[in-house]
Write a protein that binds this ligand. Structure first.
Ligand code: NGQ
Ligand code: ZN
Length: 441
């Protein structure tokens, strides 16, 4: 048992002062005493660790490479062609180097767990296990989500040559699931990811989901693009979110990634299902997806979390800021994501998105008794936090721009980042540079 002391701590009910925090040998929070004393002082305000619900790690190495007009009507689909071209060349060693560097960067910005939505199978388990190795070396908790990817589009259209590396069927995915479960620990969780209703057929989806162990996380891309919604209506007779809610037992184990294009009815129904919406604001902006109806969804009690997806950002504060800004730009009002617990946007966004981490299949996302000891300690000496207390701390964190205010990060009771640094950051950056230079050569 180890005991810490935080002058300011973000608990589920809001900010508290002088909190004594005990972490047991299993890496869980075993004691929380407000107005307490004693314990090793934390060097700044402490918040719950953030989950990165949605990652395609290899896309980190593409950041900035697709920001050149290549066609008069560049869009999500033309970006996808470039991404396919990029992934053709990726070796297992490069994938591991990219993922490790990425996961370390995420940790340094306050992410303590990642959902790796993995579809670059190349017909074996090697790529998947490379991501597991990268996570273990970095110290981030991982939920590995091997992705079922069978078709190039609705109506069982065969994979295009460039999609062959993703080819998979339910049996293969179940084998991968067993592989991951052999490594299961508090830091390693196994889930599955039917890629999208475009890439799976109804029979395979149902066969896979019905063979899962109880409580297994299920992540799926849904309704990111309007063309996808239209084609879904033509082939399945329903919109993607509508179809999923009517045909699958969508519950709290499901994460619908993006869910951008929903009718008001779908928005309310998804909120009531208990599923989590996996929102990826910087990638959705980068790809021109559209804007998630967050206000209506929250009003109906919907759960959500954030994902880095293509990793044009590795910073949860940036994701949350953009999430709120997209709503402001639409509504032409300010301070929209607030709730009963706080009228401060930064506090509300951090608490709600962190709580969304449960859809990675672990008890995380809150500084609460029994939860994982995933802690983000801000730099209490930083000028951006001068004179700030309680809600003003979280608001400075989320709304001060590009400064990283994170100082120390604990994952399941173990420090992964200390004083802004990770023990392997230099080695990982060098390996990443080498891998990218090879990839782009
Ligand atoms: C992905 N990314 O799986 O990496 C996708 C592109 C697709 C996003 N949807 C591929 N943001 O959706 O077909
Ligand atoms: Zn994705």
């Amino acid at each position: 048992m180890k005991t810490y002391f935080a002058r300011d701590a973000l608990l589920p009910k809001g900010w508290a002062r002088n909190v004594r925090i005990a972490v047991n040998d299993q890496g869980s929070l075993a004691e929380l005493t407000e107005d307490g004393e004693g314990g090793e002082p934390l060097r700044g305000p402490v918040l719950p660790g953030m989950a990165n619900l949605h990652s395609h790690a290899f896309q980190r190495a593409m950041a900035g490479l697709t920001e050149v007009r290549g066609a008069p009507d560049d869009d999500f689909w033309s970006w996808r062609e470039l991404m396919y071209r990029f992934v053709q060349r990726l070796t297992a060693g490069q994938a591991q180097a990219v993922a490790k560097y990425l996961y370390i960067d995420m940790l340094k910005h306050g992410y303590t767990a990642v959902g790796e939505f993995h579809y670059v199978h190349n017909g074996s388990d090697e790529m998947l296990l490379r991501h597991l190795a990268a996570a273990k070396e970095s110290g981030i908790a991982i939920t590995l989500l091997p992705s079922l990817y069978r078709w190039s589009n609705f109506g069982r259209q065969p994979l295009q040559p460039r999609q062959k590396r993703f080819d998979s069927d339910p049996d293969f995915i179940l084998k991968l699931l067993e592989k991951i479960r052999a490594h299961a620990s508090p830091d390693v969780v196994a889930g599955i990811a039917p890629h999208s209703l475009r890439a799976v057929d109804v029979d395979s989806l149902k066969a896979l989901v019905s063979s899962l162990p109880k409580g297994c996380p299920i992540h799926i891309h849904a309704a990111e693009q309007t063309r996808e919604v239209e084609e879904c209506v033509v082939t399945l007779g329903k919109r993607p979110v509508e179809w999923l809610l009517e045909n699958m037992n969508v519950d709290e184990h499901w994460c619908l990634v993006h869910a951008t294009h929903m009718t008001p009815g779908e928005t309310t129904a998804l909120a009531k299902s208990g599923a989590t919406a996996g929102l990826c604001p910087t990638t959705e902006g980068n790809l021109g997806d559209g804007i998630f109806p967050l206000l209506a969804y929250r009003a109906a009690g919907g759960r959500y979390g954030i994902g880095g997806d293509s990793h044009v950002s590795r910073d949860p504060a940036e994701e949350l800021r953009l999430l709120e800004y997209a709503q402001r730009l639409t509504a032409r009002r300010r301070n929209l994501v607030v709730g009963e617990r706080s009228q401060a946007v930064g506090t509300t966004l951090w608490l709600e998105a962190a709580a969304g981490g449960k859809v990675l299949g672990r008890n995380m996302g809150a500084i609460a008794l029994g939860a994982r000891a995933d802690l983000v300690v801000l730099d209490g000496d930083h000028p951006d936090l001068a004179g700030r207390s309680r809600d003003a701390i979280a608001n400075a964190f989320v709304f001060s721009g590009a400064t990283n205010l994170v100082r120390d990060v604990m994952v399941g009771g173990t420090w992964a980042v200390r004083n802004g640094h990770h023990a392997q950051e230099v080695q990982a950056a060098n390996a990443y540079k080498h891998a990218v230079a090879e990839l782009l050569a």
